[in-house]
Design a protein around this ligand. Structure first.
Ligand SMILES: Cc1cc2nc3c(=O)[nH]c(=O)nc-3n(C[C@H](O)[C@H](O)[C@H](O)COP(=O)(O)O)c2cc1C
Length: 384
């Protein structure tokens, strides 16, 4: 762990750079935390112990699809614009100098393939407008969907107008508000107060006329949370379920205190699996709510299964980050291209011409997912 911290203050690193930028102690801490997160995700096993449960969704092979590969239609609408494929790069980067490179690079890869891109937390911009350029990547994604990002807990800390301003400052189409109470509780400096989050999200959503996407950060959304978000008029919901990056686990690598290190490990598998969260979302939410299926999406078959369960869009963070770190924009672009090819393959092999057709594709549920569904005390069936 010591070594990790030393690495993040090496000459030329983000921390070294911001030391010379006159940041407040609070902002330095935010940037340092983002650097450590990135390093931990790249160098350690940060995955949940259990899977997304998407592998328990068996789409039935159709050997007579009566479709040509060219007939497959992936276009979809998102934030009032057309995506060429129903995919998005979910929020990751915010903070010091690596963020700038990553945001521009990932935005460029998204633009090449006509998919959506969300920047990471813009919290640091609230104190240091001089880092706006790290997030303002509109010129890399001129026609596509670009989204901002802020934590729900920050909505209590800053005036609503300041938060709403984050959208315009980077010429975004909307903003993602992330929910991460589990992660906060594993941080020594994290928030402990979550009362009032629902009201603040509702106010921001009204102020931005529905251009708010509420997401988890890899711990999933339960039926109760889906219901609350729907009740306050949120129109974009990313379940970001378990099976991919575990943020409680990431924090256990950072924790200095024994208590938090232990707690991070104890809760490293905590949350609602992506597949289960998606099935609930589709059953409970009305059709005009756009559902994003993310959390542990590694390839195009995962994307296809997420769409089959009811997602309108599939999203990925860690998997494309690894591809980007491996080979820059080309690596990220190749990852998206593979994902699209595999998604199209799954669509053809289930006889699904349009992405919406995947929802009707014959399938069998097995294993843990079936067990969860059987034992579910959710409101499946009460379509709102
Ligand atoms: C390095 C890294 C940084 C992240 N930073 C943010 C962030 O600033 N805001 C946010 O909403 N989510 C953030 N996330 C969470 C992802 O958007 C996503 O919800 C979560 O990692 C689960 O998806 P995955 O399994 O595909 O990684 C981050 C993820 C990674 C890997």
């Amino acid at each position: 762990m010591e070594q990790l911290f030393q690495l993040s203050v090496s000459p030329g690193s983000g921390i070294e750079k911001i030391r010379n930028m006159g940041f407040s102690d609070k902002s330095k801490l935010t940037v340092q935390r983002k650097n450590q997160h990135l390093q931990i995700v790249l160098e350690n096993d940060v995955l949940h112990r259990d899977s997304t449960m998407l592998e328990d969704v068996h789409l039935l092979h159709n050997a007579l699809p009566e479709l040509n590969l060219d007939d497959i239609e992936l276009e979809t609408e998102f934030f009032g614009k057309k995506l060429k494929a129903p995919l998005m790069i979910t929020s990751m980067t915010g903070g010091a100098d690596y963020a700038e490179k990553m945001n521009y690079g990932l935005a460029e890869a998204a633009e090449i393939h006509g998919i959506a891109f969300a920047v990471g937390s813009q919290r640091v911009m609230l104190h240091h407008p001089e880092v706006t350029s790290h997030f303002a990547v509109r010129r890399s994604i001129p026609d596509g969907v670009l989204l901002g990002n802020i934590g729900a807990v920050q909505l209590e800390e800053y005036p609503l107008e300041k938060i709403a301003g984050l959208v315009e400052q980077i010429e975004a189409d909307g903003i993602c508000v992330h929910l991460n109470p589990g992660q906060e509780l594993m941080q020594a400096e994290g928030h402990r107060k979550f009362h009032g989050n629902v009201d603040m999200i509702a106010r921001l959503n009204d102020r931005l006329e529905g251009r708010v996407l509420v997401k988890e950060t890899g711990a999933g959304l339960s039926p109760q949370v889906l219901e609350r978000l729907s009740a306050i008029g949120v129109r974009y919901i990313d379940v970001s379920g378990t099976g991919g990056t575990s943020w409680t686990k990431v924090e256990s690598y950072r924790a200095q205190s024994k208590i938090l290190r232990r707690a991070g490990k104890t809760f490293s598998n905590w949350g609602v699996p992506t597949a289960y969260s998606l099935i609930n979302a589709r059953e409970m939410l009305s059709d005009d709510i756009c559902i994003i299926g993310s959390g542990g999406i590694e390839n195009g078959l995962d994307s296809a299964r997420a769409l089959a369960l009811g997602a309108d869009i599939a999203g990925f963070a860690r998997a494309i980050l690894l591809a980007f770190m491996d080979n820059g924009v080309q690596g990220a672009s190749d990852f998206i291209e593979s994902n699209i090819y595999e998604l199209k393959t799954a669509m053809l092999l289930t006889g699904s011409q349009r992405t919406g057709d995947l929802q009707k594709a014959p399938r069998i549920y097995t294993g843990k997912l079936l067990e969860w569904l059987k034992n579910s005390d959710s409101h499946l069936g009460d379509k709102g």
